[in-house]
Write a protein that binds this ligand. Structure first.
Ligand SMILES: NC(=O)c1ccc[n+]([C@@H]2O[C@H](COP(=O)([O-])OP(=O)(O)OC[C@H]3O[C@@H](n4cnc5c(N)ncnc54)[C@H](O)[C@@H]3O)[C@@H](O)[C@H]2O)c1
Length: 375
């Protein structure tokens, strides 16, 4: 059996910014499984207490750099010291409601932090040229929401009404500007050897997310505490996707950037199977059912509703050019999540549980004949 992702990450030094966060900790676990030397760059404390990062004991397995992504000198120093071949940039302030309270911090972190990563790659190019690929994680919220029923494509207009969405759209513009000015695809292999892609996904759910203001963590924390789940917007429909879905896309895209240079250096959507989405109420009901006890109730938001209506993503491009597709239905995803939190509550070895979930997901992808899983 061939190793996933063409075995390309084995022995490679990979920098993950935001490695202590929800998605970053799953990506760290997966890259360790694939044999990578992981260097992580995050704020001193993980974003939540508890967190997947701490309960999985990941600090022991990585080069654990703590710093602020807004601190250019520290980001640059990390790149030139550890010399990663590829960077997955996830560090961000990711909560829309918090962005409304802290717009400057959010935009400085999400847009300015991305510029610091790009500039570090540009400046380090004269010092040994370690970085060959950047996969920069933005969001589906970068699209100007036109209230369309169909899925947004990578070529649709960028926008953003709230500071989070606008800051991520700014990051996209900075990525495009650095690519066309300093790393143009037509000069790849002559003036430079850096390929840069951005990725857009949203409504990511999974075990180990303990964040506030998010439905699934709210549900799981209430179920573990034996409290009724408070659902603020029961009819709000979202295209939920398990965390391993976009991560498989990021990792496979990274392989293309490393193996095939800049042909894949552009924007990519990664979305769920059920593009029409699932109401929050159905999600809470299913989690109660899977947990085996509990209840939910409609609660008042207590703050102005700032999030826009439903936005669907088209992942046709990833399907055609990467042979990527989602593996889990929303019910499969909730089953995995329930299993993760039941294991956590039962005091299991969470690093092992997370690794087992990655193995099961990979086996399902292999059965579907997806290129990334079959090699
Ligand atoms: N979770 C989702 O549904 C979702 C959806 C779309 C996009 N994203 C994007 O995916 C990425 C990861 O999201 P997440 O849900 O794992 O978030 P998270 O809050 O769990 O993790 C954020 C990570 O970024 C780091 N970070 C935050 N501010 C930083 C700073 N100033 N300097 C250095 N590090 C900093 C944190 O330490 C942490 O490691 C973010 O870029 C987010 O915008 C997430």
């Amino acid at each position: 059996m061939t190793n996933p992702f063409n075995n390309i990450y084995a022995g490679k030094t990979v920098l993950i910014t935001g490695h202590s966060g929800f998605k970053g900790s799953w990506l760290t676990t997966w890259l360790l499984e694939l044999g990578a030397n992981v260097v992580g760059y995050s704020l001193p404390d993980p974003p939540t207490q508890p967190s997947n990062f701490t309960v999985s004991g990941l600090a022991e397995h990585v080069t654990d750099v703590r710093g602020d992504i807004r601190d250019y000198d520290r980001v640059y120093e990390t790149v030139v010291t550890y010399r990663p071949e590829i960077i997955f940039h996830l560090a961000a302030q990711p909560i829309v409601l918090r962005s409304v309270e802290q717009p400057k911090l959010t935009i400085d972190t999400n847009a300015g932090g991305t510029v610091n990563v790009l500039e570090s790659i540009r400046q380090s190019a004269g010092h040994g040229d370690s970085v060959r690929a950047l996969v920069s994680i933005t969001t589906d919220k970068v699209y100007e929401n036109q209230e369309w029923l169909w899925g947004y494509r990578e070529t649709d207009q960028l926008g953003g009404h709230d500071p989070y969405s606008a800051g991520k759209a700014m990051a996209e513009l900075a990525i495009a500007a650095y690519r066309s000015t300093y790393f143009p695809p037509e000069r790849y292999g002559e003036g430079h050897h850096v390929a840069i892609a951005s990725t857009r996904a949203g409504n990511v759910i999974g075990g180990g997310d303990f964040a506030d203001y998010r439905l699934v963590p709210d549900c799981m924390k209430a179920l573990m505490d034996g409290r009724p789940i408070g659902v603020r917007n029961p009819l709000s429909v979202r295209p939920w996707q398990h965390v391993l879905e976009p991560l498989s896309g990021y990792l496979w895209l990274g392989v293309q950037l490393l193996e095939r240079g800049p042909d894949f250096g552009e924007a990519w959507n990664f979305g769920p199977l059920e593009q029409k989405g699932v109401p929050a109420q159905a999600l809470a009901e299913k989690l109660v059912d899977l947990w085996g006890s509990g209840s939910w109730a409609h609660t008042r938001p207590g703050y102005a509703e700032v999030e826009t209506g439903l936005l669907r993503l088209s992942w046709d491009k990833a399907a055609h050019r990467l042979n990527w597709r989602p593996v889990y239905s929303w019910a499969d995803a909730l089953g995995e999540i329930t299993d993760w939190f039941k294991s956590f509550e039962g005091g299991a070895d969470m690093h092992q549980v997370t690794r087992d979930h990655i193995q099961q997901y990979t086996a399902r992808a292999r059965a579907l004949n997806l290129d990334w899983a079959t090699g």
